[in-house]
Write a protein that binds this ligand. Structure first.
Ligand SMILES: *Cc1c(COP(=O)(O)O)cnc(C)c1O
Length: 340
């Protein structure tokens, strides 16, 4: 048995998902003639109560397109110091949009309305870059799958409106937050200008992210996607997997969350573990004591065909997902309990 807990992106399409893909109606999506892509986009837009949605090949591209839509070169966006858009998109913020990031020292990847307010450069002070966008992440990746308090997001919305700032959500794992906190997608549609939602994470499709927003801002999205090289042709075969995942793989995220919290509880009891971060969704971040190095621990797990991630600074990460089965879970908990 191979147990891969490095990321929820390692899932493979199930037989049923593949069957849905095999029978998909397709067309050329660059001409907007792929009925399955169009269906996925309109379904997501409706779900969030927003005007329009656009299917992208990756979450990074959807975020980068959103940043381009909200900004002009030389401007500045505000995000947490751990934000994916800043740390893991290859410097795309500056490469694609010529924009800089004002980093906020948040809590597990989450920032507050007060911190946003403080990070805004005065618009008439022409020496500093003009602040035009705030990017939030929910759930947070480097922050261990933490979920925002929705009331704080509403406060941030108010600050953005008062200061003429766009508000983008990197919702790569937004469905995990919706399920964990029993929240409604429509509430998110009301407060954010744009939201990216990955289908290649917890929802288990091979690739793809939907960017959703209202017409005013999304008008140019298709052009930006084309510029970034993200126009795809008969991509309905992938969108069909997305539709299948919306029906089948959303509510079951609760199971991933349960398994993650059981892993966290088990780790907490081990003498070789120094600390486990609070676990709200499908990501567990923990630290080892000086008794064992991260390298040795990961190597010992690898000998048992178990893979986890090292995020640096002593952080080890485990991510539960669709392909992490009950027998794997049992074996993994046993391995943690008996590790020496
Ligand atoms: C995975 C992820 C993305 C998208 O990354 P890709 O590698 O482009 O799929 C964006 N934001 C967050 C928080 C993520 O975890």
């Amino acid at each position: 048995m191979h147990i891969d807990l490095r990321s929820d992106t390692v899932t493979r399409p199930s037989k049923e998902m593949l069957a849905a893909m095999m029978t998909a109606k397709t067309g050329d999506d660059v001409y907007k003639e792929d009925p399955t892509v169009n269906e996925l986009e309109s379904r997501v837009a409706k779900m969030f109560g927003m005007d329009t949605a656009l299917f992208f090949p990756s979450g990074s591209m959807a975020n980068q397109a959103a940043i381009k839509l909200h900004t002009q070169p030389g401007e500045q966006l505000i995000c947490d110091k751990w934000a994916h858009v800043y740390n893991y998109e290859g410097g795309g913020v500056s490469f694609n949009s010529g924009v800089s990031c004002k980093l906020v020292d948040g809590d597990r990847g989450m920032i507050t309305a007060a911190q946003v307010e403080e990070a805004i450069n005065p618009p008439d002070f022409y020496h500093s870059p003009l602040t035009t966008l705030v990017c939030l992440e929910n759930t947070t990746n480097k922050g261990g799958g933490a979920c925002y308090d929705f009331a704080e997001i509403e406060k941030i919305r108010k600050v953005c409106t008062a200061n003429n700032l766009g508000l983008h959500l990197d919702g790569a794992r937004l469905f995990n937050a919706l399920v964990a906190k029993n929240e409604d997608a429509k509430d998110y549609g009301k407060v954010f200008d744009t939201i990216s939602i990955c289908f290649s994470k917890g929802l288990g499709i091979p690739l793809g992210t939907v960017l959703v927003g209202n017409n005013d801002i999304m008008q140019k999205a298709i052009r930006v996607r084309k510029v970034l090289g993200g126009g795809m042709r008969q991509v309905g075969i992938i969108a069909a997997a997305g539709l299948y995942a919306l029906d089948t793989n959303v509510n079951r995220l609760a199971e991933d969350h349960r398994k993650a919290s059981e892993i966290a509880e088990t780790l907490q009891k081990q003498t070789y573990v120094k600390e486990v971060e609070p676990t709200e969704t499908n990501i567990v971040i923990f630290y080892l004591t000086d008794a064992v190095s991260e390298e040795k621990f990961m190597d010992d797990l690898l000998q048992k065909n178990i893979k986890i991630s090292n995020m640096g600074q002593g952080k080890l990460r485990i991510v539960t997902h669709l392909d992490y089965t009950d027998p794997m879970h049992e074996l993994f908990l046993k391995t943690l309990n008996t590790y020496k």
